[in-house]
Design a protein around this ligand. Sequence first.
Ligand SMILES: Cc1cc2nc3c(=O)[nH]c(=O)nc-3n(C[C@H](O)[C@H](O)[C@H](O)COP(=O)(O)OP(=O)(O)OC[C@H]3O[C@@H](n4cnc5c(N)ncnc54)[C@H](O)[C@@H]3O)c2cc1C
Length: 497
Amino acid sequence: METFDLLVVGGGIHGAAVARDAAGRGFKVMLAEKGDYACATSSASSKLIHGGLRYLEHLEIHLVRESLAERAELLKAAPHLVTPAKFLLPIYAWQERGAWLVRSGLALYDLLSFGDGLGASGRLSANEVAGLPRLRQDNLSAVLHYNDCQTDDARLTLSVALDARARGADILNRRAVTAIAPLDNGYGVEIDERGTKRRVETRFIVNAAGPFVAEVDALTDACPAPQELRLVRGSHIVLPMPDPPEKFAYTLQDEGERIVFVMPWLDGRYLIVGTTDVPHEGSLADVQCSSEEKSYLIHAYNRYFRSPDRPITERNVVFTWSGVRALHGGAELRPSRISRSPSLASCAQGSGGFVTVYGGKLTTHRLLAEDVLTMLETLGLEVRSPWTKNVPVYGGALDRQALLARAEPGPATVPPETRRRWALTYGDQIEALYARVGADPAAAKDIAAGVPAAELEHAAEIEDAVTAEDFLLRRTKLQLLLDEAGQDAVREWFAMA
Ligand SMILES: Cc1cc2nc3c(=O)[nH]c(=O)nc-3n(C[C@H](O)[C@H](O)[C@H](O)COP(=O)(O)OP(=O)(O)OC[C@H]3O[C@@H](n4cnc5c(N)ncnc54)[C@H](O)[C@@H]3O)c2cc1C
């Protein structure tokens, strides 16, 4: 039977980060993901790499400082996937937090992120405010601005997972962990490999199953004592970019301390509006944006933005997504008040052991992985020093400028807009796509407009995409960029593959 030092359950950002860190420290690692990588919370976030301005209000200074340091780190480690964005913060007379309070928060945010090159916060001039296309101006006392970063959460997860694979980890999607039995020094684990049962042994297990943590812990009694868990759903809606377009993202203060982000997305073709914060009840198999959440987000948008003809309604919503946070504790707190700091629980099993991950942020995944490795050390694993700081993830070796320059000259058969999209999706792995096109003229043939066969082959062979949805929604965002015929052509390709 095959044996591993570490089996990671879950291919979201945390599982991927733990597998990468452990593989880089020389351990024999397997990661089993029951669906597709990032198919749960890690593709359903607000897609921000941020300090989390509002956590300052809850005095979570440590979390904000760490997150801002990781933001700077990720700008270098994943330059193809992390983009600076200017956020506007309008202040109205009716809001609970006044301009002075928000300005103090922004000053602290600047201080905690000093030196990362993103620039300081400030206030828009009256002329700049007047030039904003549709922000409501009644009772508007100021518009402040600050910088944060946006990302593609699913691709970031994939890049970390592929990095783990490049360092020797066995990274597998569509493999569910279905049984865990304690052994003298570790665990015997049953994995459902697309219908076939496979058994492996491992000294350590890390349960990084996100909202499914309790389900995975329940596979054995030899796991950490259960902790209080709050499942909190957050949803986003997507609107077509209005005309004239919004150039900036907005951080809007809504009622009851809520914050709603409105952010340009996909090269300014869409606006994301989110998020909600509601207790999640019922199945985790198909987490959906409820009609109440949709109405709340539409109401929040209309409250801040004029629309020339009539207010935005549900008919304008072109897409939604929802994710569930597995937060630790705080039964008495409102969902928005529960800390986003991750928490770990552990137990020993002979010379092996089990670690369960609760909560956390996309932004701080690298640090969480270091903490998990430290916890494994306390359980008896002899670990080498941390190594991931300043090391690019898979695809992240070229900075943004170099990448865009690399997209300029390319195979003549691939149009410039596809080459640009490839650079900002695949990073330095654009070379692998160019090589495919160069090696086989058939690979240059478009399956859908601007989507050569080479890209689908790369997704299936290198990035483990199995279904059209894996490709259209998580490897790329082409579901929102291709017309129906184009999407159908991609579906047909996967059906035939
Ligand atoms: C609405 C919302 C907005 C957010 N916005 C941000 C943001 O802007 N910035 C930020 O930094 N953070 C944000 N977060 C937090 C961040 O998205 C999460 O902390 C992070 O994605 C959680 O990752 P994870 O790996 O722990 O869980 P997940 O991504 O949920 O991954 C767990 C994986 O485990 C798999 N799994 C479950 N059971 C099994 C099994 N038996 N066998 C094998 N695999 C299994 C699942 O299929 C799943 O893919 C947000 C969260 C939410 C909900």
